[in-house]
Design a protein around this ligand. Structure first.
Ligand code: ATP
Ligand code: MG
Length: 355
């Protein structure tokens, strides 16, 4: 049958207006049709996803297949490459996407959600770092079951400057850095703004993060000090704002969103944490809609979350029998998609630049 012999160009033309179901723009325009191979009546389309944490690939398979009904057979295969600002900046920070996790109010689960997002993105097959920027109440080492003293080695820059390079500590395949590693556990940290900036500089510029697809940053609650420093140092992909369903936390979340706007860190979306009978449910989604901010999902209030956190086993929340596995996976996917969307919508993003 003559019709079954499509050329590569015909295949590409047939697929020209197939949209990415997540980003809502043509796959071809997004550079996601990596290859088209035609062998007689058999067509193979290779799709390059912007993140391996991509939900519902079968929707792409269906959309592509439905345009190629003339072909005898259609095969769609997937690979992924995390997009980001590939350039490492002057001091060699090779992180494609920096994701800040913040809230207006303390105790809403920022650290838990940061650690869970980092573990989820790692599970999806990406290279992930987790930076505890909550210097007042560092909890990442505890949540990730990591301990130890940070070590630093000295490196000489091409300009002849000798600088310390801190080695992150790895847990569950995630590179971690926290002031909690340096200090005695019960030593309170009281720092003023400039010191804070210095610490963050050390943690971002003078740390051997290697190449990362995502660096998740657990932000301290409230004040914008750290967010301001962060925005001066790097071009973050965006911020995830965590809140609980209670109205008071929602008001604080609005403050957090406006704080991120002020320091020009784009808001990726809002997550409702501890969703359930005790605190109510759904308030965050409604507020996100009202504010025109993406809603990234809700994580139920489950004892397992606190227990795994206390045990330092946040990664286990992705186990098959975990009551929050699907919810966390959803939040990770939505976050990764929002990061990708922003990059793909502005293809000529400035490269990563550090002070
Ligand atoms: N979805 C959840 N279900 C049950 N408990 C949770 C959930 N999320 C967080 N928690 C628990 O709530 C407490 C506070 O969480 P977490 O430390 O992550 O909050 P935080 O916002 O980082 O707090 P802080 O402002 O002190 O840094 C912890 O005991 C944690 O285990
Ligand atoms: Mg915290």
């Amino acid at each position: 049958m003559v019709n079954s012999m499509m050329t590569e160009a015909q295949v590409r033309e047939a697929l020209a207006d197939v949209e990415d179901p997540e980003i809502g723009r043509p796959l071809a325009d997004l550079g996601m049709i990596e290859a088209v191979a035609v062998d007689g009546g058999a067509v193979r389309v290779s799709i390059l996803l912007p993140t391996p944490a991509y939900p519902g690939r079968e929707r792409i398979t269906e959309a592509v297949s439905s345009k190629l009904t003339e072909a005898e057979s259609v095969e769609v295969d997937f690979s992924s490459r995390v997009r980001g600002k590939e350039s490492g900046g002057k001091i060699g920070l090779s992180v494609k996407n920096i994701i800040a996790v913040g809230s207006g109010k303390g105790g809403v689960g920022k650290s838990t959600v940061s650690a869970a997002i980092a573990c989820g993105l790692k599970r999806a097959g990406t290279r992930v770092g987790l930076l505890d920027a909550d210097v007042y109440g560092p909890s990442i080492p505890h949540l990730m079951g990591a301990s130890g003293q940070l070590t630093a080695r000295e490196v000489t820059t091409p300009e002849g400057q000798v600088l310390p390079r801190i080695e992150p500590i790895e847990a569950d395949g995630v590179k971690l850095l926290s002031i909690g590693f340096q200090i005695e556990k019960d030593q309170a940290v009281v720092w003023r703004g400039p010191m804070l900036h210095k610490q963050l500089t050390l943690f971002l510029q003078h740390t051997d993060w290697g190449e990362l697809d995502y660096l998740v940053i657990d932000m301290p609650p409230g004040t914008g000090d750290v967010a301001l420093s962060l925005s001066q140092m790097v071009q973050a992909a965006g911020a995830v704002v965590v809140c609980t369903p209670q109205e008071v936390a929602l008001l604080d979340a609005i403050k957090a969103i406006s704080m991120f706007h002020t320091v020009k860190i784009p808001v990726l979306g809002m997550v409702e944490n501890m969703s359930g009978e005790i605190f109510g449910r759904g308030g965050t989604r409604a507020k996100a809609e009202e504010l025109g901010v993406p809603f990234l999902g809700e994580i139920p209030c489950e004892a397992a979350v606190r227990v795994r956190g206390d045990e330092g086993r946040i990664a286990d929340l992705y186990a098959d029998d975990s009551p929050v596995r699907d919810a966390l996976q959803h939040v990770c996917e939505r976050t990764a998609i929002e990061v990708a969307r922003r990059l793909l919508e502005t293809p000529s993003m400035p490269t990563l630049e550090l002070l």
